[in-house]
Design a protein around this ligand. Structure first.
Ligand SMILES: Nc1nc2c(c(=O)[nH]1)N=C([C@H](O)[C@H](O)COP(=O)(O)OP(=O)(O)OP(=O)(O)O)CN2
Ligand SMILES: [Zn+2]
Length: 128
């Protein structure tokens, strides 16, 4: 069994030379697994995840929401792939049971996105 939650954030980005500065509503799905709490049967308390999501979305342009991804050096070029890996890094540090990050943009029926399961860390021997 896997446990997941979704959130959205609105952000600007550009991918030179393919696109100038513009914005999207990004949709993120976080999937968790691992050992479960004996009492509640969950691998992660979604209430804690919700609070952390609020933190990483940030307020007043300090987080993922309502800012420009281009200004975050930890992302690099704000491609779907790099943004997905950035969200993975943030969430995995706080919730080791994270197993997958899916990030999408665009309208239902014409969405594009990425799924990341920590493959790069696994290749470098850093996986949990
Ligand atoms: N594998 C990827 N390929 C490409 C990416 C990417 O992130 N991963 N990104 C781009 C450029 O950003 C491209 O110009 C996409 O522009 P964008 O506005 O972000 O997306 P759409 O063209 O689909 O525009 P919509 O507004 O969503 O219709 C190229 N390749
Ligand atoms: Zn875009």
């Amino acid at each position: 069994m896997k446990t997941y939650c979704e959130f959205t954030f609105d952000a600007a980005h550009s991918v030179a030379p393919y696109s100038g500065l513009h914005g999207h509503t990004f949709i993120v799905k976080l999937t968790f697994g691992g050992p479960v709490d004996e009492v509640y049967g969950w691998p992660v308390n979604l209430y804690d995840v919700e609070n952390y999501i609020k933190e990483i979305k940030g307020e007043h342009g300090s987080g993922l929401d309502h800012g420009s991804l281009d200004l975050n050096p930890a992302i690099g070029v704000a491609s779907l792939e790099n943004v997905t890996k950035y969200v993975w890094k943030l969430v995995k540090e706080r919730f080791p049971g994270l197993e997958e990050v899916e990030l999408k943009r665009g309208m239902s029926g014409s969405q594009e996105g990425c799924i990341y399961r920590g493959e790069a860390e696994a290749r470098m021997g850093l996986a949990a």
